[in-house]
Structures are given as structure tokens and as C-alpha cells.
Design a protein around this ligand. Structure first.
Ligand code: DX5
Ligand code: ZN
Length: 229
């Protein structure tokens, strides 16, 4: 089980320091939420932020993952790749030609991921699962950090993990995004989640980033420090 801190909840005046702290705590996947004000109601960041974090990620051998909550993501894949993104996740709901989009991500030597919203059934992933590295289940409607976790996601993870096992696609990561914290991370991992996106629960200003990461690991019975891959 890996933790992918979502920088949407970071202190942007201290972004480099906070990401460094997460990397020093052994995290090896940084989640960057890209929003366009169309697919989701909010606006956030673009390739410039990816490029700024690139030296930190490269030094640590970490993946920079962009979660593209944008309409027509095909237009921006090259730009994110050039900026240093090594994993790119697009939404089923935003991609009419999903197979082509996933192939384009693969051709840029990035890990392709496909996301579905809470009300989208996992059957929407059926045809694309053999082509992806990551299936991302949203556990809130995308657009904002700090929203309440939708409890039905735990069962959704279990159903997707069973389907992946049945089709001998166990290597596909199941990533869960939205409202993940110490109170639900163990149940999600138990159900088959392998990547936990954690925004508020990692960048909660009440404690240092490294302490928050340790608490999440301990909540799922893991060693407080581990160098993730
Ligand atoms: C929501 C984003 C998430 C968000 C998670 O649209 O995709 O990655 O930052 O934040 P928390 O963990 O606070 O729900
Ligand atoms: Zn996200």
C-alpha cells in the first residue's frame, strides 16, 4: 500500500518544503490535481507546477502523477509529459476515445491511469482495464479537497479487486481519491486499494507532514517508516 500525497491541500507558500518532507518520509508518488473549471467547477494548477516539482521528484526517484480533471485531456498530455509527469490519469467521463487517450499516455512513457466518479459503475472500466496501470476510484465528486468520504467506495474497491483477480490483472493498482484518512485507510487497503491519495490527511497543518504520513501507515498496520516504491 502506497500513500500519494495530494498537493492540493498543501501550503502553497511552502510547497517545495512540504513535498520534500513527504519524500523524506518515504513517499514515492506525488499526486497533482489539475482542474479546468469545466469538467469540475474548480480551477487549480497546470504543467508549471509539475515542472517546479520535477527536480525534487527526480532526486528521490518518485513518480509525479497528474490527475487530469479536465475536458479533452488529450490536448495537454504532451505538455504534462514535457513538464515531468510520469503518471497521467484521465476520467472515463471526459474521454470519448479512451483507448486512444490511454495509448497516447503510454507512448509518452508515462503510467496510464483511468478514473471514475463515485456514481459511475466499475463496469465503465471493463474494456480498458487490460491497458492501464492504475484504476482510480473517486470517493468524492472531484473538484475540491477536504470533502467527506463516500462509504460505498470500500465495497466498490472490493468488487473491482475481485474482477481484476478473476481476469488475472492483479498488477493493476487500485487508487482511491477523496476523504481518505486514518479512519478508513485500513478498510480500503483490506478491500484491495494499493494507492491511497491523501490530501487533507497528509497536509493537515496541526502536525508535521511526516507525522501525518506515519499515522496513516500505522492506521493500516504498516511500519511507521517505509521507503515506498
Ligand atoms: C479531489 C481531488 C483529490 C483531493 C483529495 O477532486 O482529486 O485528489 O485533493 O483531497 P482530500 O484527501 O482532502 O479529500
Ligand atoms: Zn486527485
Amino acid at each position: 500500500m502506497k500513500i500519494a500525497p495530494s498537493i492540493l491541500s498543501a501550503d502553497f507558500l511552502q510547497l517545495g518544503a512540504q513535498v520534500s518532507e513527504a519524500l523524506e518520509a518515504g513517499v514515492r508518488r506525488i499526486h497533482i490535481d489539475v482542474m479546468d473549471g469545466h469538467f469540475v467547477p474548480n480551477l487549480s494548477m497546470g504543467p508549471l507546477v509539475v515542472a517546479a516539482l520535477r527536480p525534487l521528484a527526480e532526486r528521490a526517484g518518485a513518480v509525479l502523477e497528474v490527475h487530469l480533471m479536465i475536458a479533452d485531456p488529450d490536448r495537454y498530455l504532451d505538455a504534462f509529459s514535457r513538464a515531468g509527469a510520469t503518471a497521467m490519469t484521465v476520467h472515463v467521463e471526459a474521454c470519448p476515445h479512451l483507448h486512444r487517450t490511454v495509448a497516447a499516455i503510454r507512448s509518452l512513457a508515462a503510467q496510464p491511469g483511468v478514473a471514475i466518479n463515485p456514481a459511475t459503475p466499475i463496469a465503465a472500466l471493463d474494456e480498458i482495464l487490460p491497458d492501464v496501470d492504475v484504476a482510480l476510484l473517486m470517493s468524492v465528486d472531484p473538484g475540491f479537497g477536504g470533502q467527506a468520504f463516500i462509504a460505498g467506495t470500500i465495497d466498490k474497491v472490493a468488487r473491482l479487486r475481485a474482477e481484476l483477480r478473476r481476469r488475472r490483472l492483479d498488477h493493476v493498482e487500485i487508487e482511491v481519491d477523496g476523504g481518505v484518512g486514518a479512519e478508513n485507510i485500513a478498510a480500503l487497503a483490506e478491500a484491495g486499494m494499493t494507492i491511497a491519495v491523501c490530501g487533507t490527511s497528509v497536509f493537515d497543518p496541526h502536525a508535521p507532514v511526516a507525522t501525518n504520513i506515519r499515522s496513516l501507515r500505522v492506521a493500516c498496520g504498516l511500519h511507521a517508516f517505509s521507503q515506498e516504491s
